[in-house]
Ligand binder design. Structure first.
Ligand SMILES: Cc1ncc(C[n+]2csc(CCOP(=O)(O)OP(=O)(O)O)c2C)c(N)n1
Ligand code: SF4
Ligand code: SF4
Length: 700
């Protein structure tokens, strides 16, 4: 049998040895499974718990956890998606209190919280309480913090360390997918040992990349340590006792654990000590690449040392003193703020051997060196190393031509403006009367920012939708504003902002874009979300003055008595008129715009959960005059221009069309609806057989 026949997609969850392919998100799932197995092997009876809220770069973790349900259940791990990150953190801490109040039949629960940077910020109150209160000895609490350093798919570029450090939470920073499981197991072990919450910082690069992992080597060797006293979760300790437990016992015990387990390590230790580099997290891999890029094949021979700092906080004084000893200069390579550099400066200040310290600034030239913003790449680091060579007496053997090669080895990347998916409800639901502007927020409707920025006011954090207007309204020349808010955001925290607007008595119309999904992060179900009729009743109970429901299929709401009293239900064609009416009403009004996310609808149709629409729209090129009205009316990416002998005309790209039919709104005679038609596929594509060489992989 071919070796490849034995490879399964879920090998990374099921196998105990052998190689398995996994991405950073799957590595987090396997981490939980591995922790369960480890406990079992050690004779502990534990269960697992995982809760959080999706957000990039861990936007797909909950989907992966959902897909792996059977594997998780086998190991007694419960996955409970949360209404928002703060409540997830509170629940995860709750699992640590089991032994105090619940007379459990198990030894403990190891729990994992996940969320993106802004989710960490909103959870800080809960996490600060958890870290002050402590974690159980046979449980453990690890936070998978999704860091998006360049704001690739976030409203802000994020670095989590500062928030975590402020709460005294140790930060583990795996450099790549390979380190996620071993470091995650160490994080759980530390959490149990010192009674602290421990963060596992996962950047976009780690979450999104794949690696073939040796499943037989997941478990790090751990040192046997003496158990610290009075560090674990306790009943109702006074605030100052909890502070003392954290500062005087948990953090010192954490440092002892990190030191004894040798989690940070020295990679290059030259005899001639010229430049000692301390690289943090994923900067280690990039620094090694950078050294290679500038022609330094043997760093130790060039007098270069490298200390891989895997735990940016807290640093272990003795490790830093030992590494830095006798170096002429130390260079700290870390992205964004100088978290490690400042600790190094503090540690070295009173030490006997005090080398020059470079990092964000070059110690000799005082010029900027390692960038303070965005993320680091091997090219940027190579550039820093070159600058170091120019601005100091340190001689690094760099071939001149190599420097020119930096950054020049990648083809230029084509960029395009983000756009709504074909048939997206936001194409229609976000429309406003011409003269109006509308508040932006979190979710797919924010894509509008790229399409018509002049129509939108500034975005807020998730759940802050409408809050800006509460501050602006008393001073504004406008009497009223509109505010978009997704149904996922409404369930997460946004309903509170509506309550705030009612209590501030401002004139605002919330447009609740009910697309029946938390679409931007992958089409999840809104946890704690409600039906349009339940939302209408919630809004009415909060004091919203007038509520409309607008939909592409208003006929689906025949049971009008399910809705709050006096709710008007209309077709989306009436949206503009309704907005003109509600803007004249003083106080808070709402329009619930109901149309399913087109991508979600496509999935549901494919899986047979909802009936497909059987009409396909075509544009007759002989009739089309190329005016573009259909594209403008629908705003749909599936309506594409194509070159015709008579000039540019329009056609519908059937491969992306989601049958929203808003393109035919212009009553153009070119449109043809074909019932029950299917696209003819000329020949099924054949793929070549996988070459036999694959067979040999296992043997080597
Ligand atoms: C506090 C916080 N948690 C998570 C996210 C990640 N996030 C970005 S868009 C989005 C989806 C919002 O869903 P919804 O309001 O339903 O809008 P849709 O994308 O469906 O249009 C989420 C969860 C975030 N930006 N902030
Ligand atoms: S995922 Fe859904 S809501 Fe988001 S742009 Fe696509 S169709 Fe619209
Ligand atoms: S299909 Fe009709 S509306 Fe669209 S570009 Fe052609 S003429 Fe204009």
């Amino acid at each position: 049998m071919n070796y490849i026949d034995n490879i399964r997609l879920d090998d990374c969850f099921t196998k105990d040895n052998d190689l398995a392919l996994m991405n950073g998100v799957q590595a987090l799932v396997r981490l939980l499974i591995e922790q369960a197995k480890l406990d079992k092997d050690n004779g502990l009876v534990t269960h697992g718990y995982v809760s959080g809220y999706p957000g990039s770069p861990l936007g797909t973790l909950d989907l992966e956890l959902g897909r792996s349900k059977k594997h998780l259940e086998k190991h007694n791990i419960i996955f409970q998606p949360a209404v928002n990150e703060e409540l997830a953190a509170t629940a995860a801490w709750g699992t640590q209190m089991l032994g105090l109040y619940d007379r459990p039949q198990i030894d403990g629960v190891f729990s994992m919280w996940y969320g993106k940077g802004p989710g960490l910020d909103r959870s800080m109150d809960a996490l600060r309480h958890a870290n002050m209160g402590g974690v159980s000895m046979k449980g453990g609490m690890v936070l998978a913090v999704a860091d998006d350093p360049i704001g690739k798919s976030s409203t802000i570029a994020y670095q989590s360390e500062q928030s975590l450090i402020s709460a005294g939470i140790p930060v583990f920073y795996p450099a790549n997918v390979d380190e996620v499981i071993p470091m995650g197991l160490q994080a759980f072990a530390l959490s149990r040992h010192a009674g602290v919450c421990v963060a596992l910082k996962i950047t976009s690069d780690t979450a999104d990349s794949n690696s073939v992992i040796d499943l037989g080597k997941l478990r790090p060797i751990s040192s046997k340590l003496e158990n610290p006293i009075n560090v674990h979760v306790n009943r109702h300790d006074p605030a100052l006792d909890r502070e003392a437990a954290l500062i005087k016992r948990r953090i010192p015990a954490s440092k002892d654990f990190i030191k004894q387990n040798k989690i940070n390590n020295v990679i290059f230790n030259p005899t001639k000590k010229t430049l000692g580099i301390i690289s943090v997290g994923k900067a280690t891999t990039e620094t090694i690449d950078a050294l290679d890029k500038i022609g330094i094949k043997d760093p130790e021979r060039s007098g270069i040392g490298l200390f891989a700092c895997k735990i940016p906080w807290p640093l272990i004084d003795q490790e830093i003193i030992n590494f830095c000893k006798n170096f002429e200069e130390i260079l700290v390579i870390e992205e964004k703020a100088s978290i490690v550099e400042e600790q190094v400066a503090h540690i070295l200040f009173n030490s006997k051997s005090r080398p020059r310290l470079s990092g964000k600034l070059d110690a000799s030239s005082k010029e900027e060196l390692v960038p303070k913003i965005s993320e680091l790449s091997s090219d940027i680091i190579a550039d820093c190393l070159l600058k170091k060579a120019i601005h100091s007496s340190i001689s690094i053997d760099i071939p001149k031509t190599k420097s020119e090669a930096i950054g020049g080895n990648l083809p230029p990347v084509v960029s395009r403006t983000p756009w709504y998916c074909a048939g997206c409800p936001h194409n229609s639901g976000t429309k406003t009367p011409d003269e109006e502007v509308v508040g932006i927020g979190i979710g797919c409707h924010s894509i509008g920012y790229f399409l018509h920025p002049e129509k939108l006011t500034n975005f807020s954090q998730m759940g802050g939708e409408g809050g800006h207007w509460i501050g602006r309204a008393p001073f504004s020349n406008h009497k009223h504003t509109f505010q978009n808010i997704g149904d996922g955001t409404y369930a997460h925290s946004g309903s509170l902002a509506i309550r705030a607007a009612v209590s501030a008595n401002v004139n605002i119309t919330f447009k609740i874009l009910y697309n029946d999904a938390v679409a931007m992060t992958g089409g999840q179900k809104a946890i704690g979300g409600a039906t349009p009729w339940a939302i209408s009743k919630q809004l009415a109970a909060e004091g919203v003055k007038k509520i409309y429901v607008v939909s592409d299929e208003p006929e689906q709401f025949k049971e009008t008595k399910l809705f709050a009293d006096k709710v008007g239900i209309f077709h989306r064609d009436e949206l503009i008129n309704i907005q003109k009416e509600v803007r004249e009403i003083s106080g808070v009004t709402a329009i619930i715009y109901v149309q399913t996310c087109a991508t979600e609808l496509r999935r549901r149709r494919k899986r047979g959960y909802v009936q497909d629409r059987d009409i396909k729209m075509y544009i007759n090129p002989d009739v089309c005059e190329g005016c573009g009205d259909c594209a403008e009316k629908s705003n749909c990416v599936a309506v594409k221009p194509f070159e015709h002998l008579e000039g540019i005309k329009r056609q519908i790209d059937q491969s992306v069309c989601n049958k929203d039919y808003s393109c035919k709104k212009g009553f153009c005679p070119s449109f043809i609806g074909v019932q029950a038609g299917s696209i003819s596929i000329k020949e099924k594509k054949k793929f070549p057989d996988i070459p036999e060489i694959i067979n040999d992989i296992k043997k080597t």
